[in-house]
Design a protein around this ligand. Structure first.
Ligand code: VG1
Ligand code: CO
Length: 544
């Protein structure tokens, strides 16, 4: 089995975005495209000899093929050990858990997360470091730089290995261990939460729940944890089998895409609790009976009640949220007298804060919540946290949410996405608005007066690195806020995301529909950036 050196040349567009490199399957299938990017990761790592990695993905189309290619390249580059999830499967949080548990040097996760899959869909590759977290910007920049001067990659001339049978094989000088993808993760969950208490809740005759795995990677994890270990009735987990095209669905857990779950929540026998996860298992959507719990509120509620969870009984070091996430968590941090950090969008910015013990919990408005138990956001963890909370407080999700608003006030929040916008139009809209920011203070729009406006820049408090150009923020004198940014995960055209939030303390005004509560702010947001005028769009494509 000899190492083969294949000549290649740099390919355009290999710059990782918010979370790894995401492209259409068609693009990834172009000659050398996958190999070039993987070799760029290895080159950025430096000498791979003796290094150990984890490898797995969300099971989407191209996952199995890519895993075989990467294993041959890892062996040719001299890695000593690669742990692979059986069937080349691993959720993103499970990959993070395994890197940390076995002290590996990093991992490669094959996923385009919430993007659709299948031959016509998207594929993606993420690289995580030795702390288990997404590569920080310094590393993704090094990977991109390596891709720009690549002239060859290394592989082995050998047949595919059997990834469906657990066990160890050698490939060149590399030990490939095919492991069960679920057990380590499930054991970790059992160590964090009060499983007997959750089991009692799930066994209660009046508590019915549903978990929608959306035919993505969380199915096997949810079956093992909810049904096998916690004894939830069979059928609690729906769409549990990972499929290469996610059954034709869109594995994005929101009210629009998790339609089956939403229908069951409101069906003939209404459920007390519902949850869904995304393609790679790191996002969560949580529903109480008749209500949707906004991820910004969810983070704040988990933080406010963390002391009832075994793993967090000792208190929280701090909280962090991505900049566009509402400030609900800040209010809890202030009350707990712990620090609260505001980071750019993307999980990679939380890792340093966790490694330095500055935060315990963190989250993003995009259905991502997590803690320092790993270095990724974690969908099932958030669901178990909620179940543990409901069991420990003996209150339904709805009551927990309402009491939280009564105590802290409510941060109304909504995100409007304008998808597949022509890139030049989206860039022009952002450039025009950016140029106007310095002169905006004092401007009045729909009854809201601008107090300050800037282009968000973050200085990492741990290593001093600076990330600029992270979203345009408009702060109003009444405390409300609009944020504009372009997505870094799409593969077709540009996606403009506009985030609205506004704080309400009046106990009589806490239960409005968010679109109504935010109506004047939304009108101001359109007027300010000229969205309908410049993009020719009357309505956003997705409202969260
Ligand atoms: C989106 C979300 C962001 C999240 C990222 C990756 O990024 O807004 O909060 O971290 O997806 O999540 P963007 O650049 O499209 O806004 V996942 O679950 O897709 O890995
Ligand atoms: Co995801």
């Amino acid at each position: 089995m000899s190492v083969v050196r294949i000549d290649t040349q740099p390919l355009a567009g290999q710059k990782p975005g918010t979370s790894g490199l995401r492209k259409t399957v068609a693009e990834f299938s172009r000659p050398h495209y996958l190999e070039n990017f993987v070799q760029s990761i290895f080159n950025a790592l430096g000498d791979c000899r003796g290094k150990s990695l984890v490898l797995g993905g969300d099971g989407r189309y191209y996952n199995r093929h890519a895993a075989q290619v990467i294993l041959r390249m890892a062996a040719a580059n001299g890695c000593s050990r690669v742990l692979v999830g059986q069937g080349a499967l691993l959720s993103t949080p499970a990959a993070s858990c395994i890197i940390r548990k076995y002290g590996l040097d990093g991992g490669i996760v094959l996923s385009a997360s919430h993007n659709p899959g299948g031959p016509e869909g998207d594929f993606g590759i993420k690289f995580n470091g030795a702390n288990g977290g997404p590569a920080p910007e310094s590393v993704t920049a090094a990977i991109f730089a390596a891709s720009q001067c690549l002239d060859h990659y290394l592989t082995l001339e050998t047949a595919d290995i059997d990834l469906d049978r657990p066990g160890t094989v050698t490939l060149g000088g590399t030990m490939i261990e095919v492991i069960d993808p679920v057990t380590d993760y499930a054991d970790m969950m059992a160590s964090l939460f009060d499983f007997p208490k959750i089991a009692a809740l799930l066994g209660h005759r009046r508590f019915h729940m549903c978990f929608d795995a959306m035919h993505a990677i969380t199915g096997p994890y949810a079956l093992e944890i909810l049904e096998r270990r916690l004894g939830a009735p069979a059928g609690t987990v729906i769409n549990a089998v990972p499929l290469e095209d996610f059954g034709g669905g869109h594995p994005d857990p929101n009210l629009a895409h998790a339609g089956e779950l939403v229908a069951r929540m409101n069906g003939d026998e209404p459920l007390a609790f519902g949850a869904a996860s995304d393609g790679d298992g790191d996002r969560n959507m949580v529903l109480g009976s008749g209500l949707f719990i906004n991820p910004c509120d969810s983070l704040a509620i988990l933080a406010a009640n963390a002391s009832v969870i075994p793993a967090y009984a000792g208190g929280l070091a701090g909280i962090a949220r991505s900049m566009p996430t509402s400030r609900a968590a800040d209010r809890v941090a202030a009350e707990l007298d712990i620090p609260c950090f505001e980071t750019p969008t993307g999980w990679k910015f939380f890792g340093n804060l966790m490694d330095a013990d500055r935060i315990t919990l963190c989250g993003e408005e995009s259905f991502g919540t997590g803690s320092s138990h790993i270095r990724e956001k974690d969908g099932l963890w958030a669901v178990l946290f909620w179940l543990n909370l409901i069991a420990a407080l003996s209150k339904p999700a709805r009551t927990i949410l309402r009491e939280h608003w009564q105590r802290y006030g409510r941060d109304y929040f909504s995100r409007h996405d304008y998808e597949t916008v022509a890139e030049d139009k989206a860039t022009a809209l952002m450039d025009t608005l950016r140029a106007r920011l310095p002169a905006l203070a004092g401007t009045s729009l729909e009854g809201h007066t601008v107090a300050a406006a800037d282009d968000f820049s973050y200085t990492d408090p741990v290593d001093g690195s600076v990330s600029s150009g992270q979203g345009l923020r408009i702060l109003f004198t009444d405390g409300s806020r609009i944020v504009y940014r372009l997505s870094g995960t799409g593969t077709a055209g540009a996606t403009l995301r506009v985030y609205y939030d506004s704080y309400q303390r009046d106990p009589a005004l806490l239960e409005l529909a968010p679109q109504r509560a935010l109506a004047t702010l939304i009108a101001a947001g359109d007027e300010l950036a000229g969205i309908s005028r410049q993009l020719g769009r009357k309505q956003p494509d997705v409202i969260t």
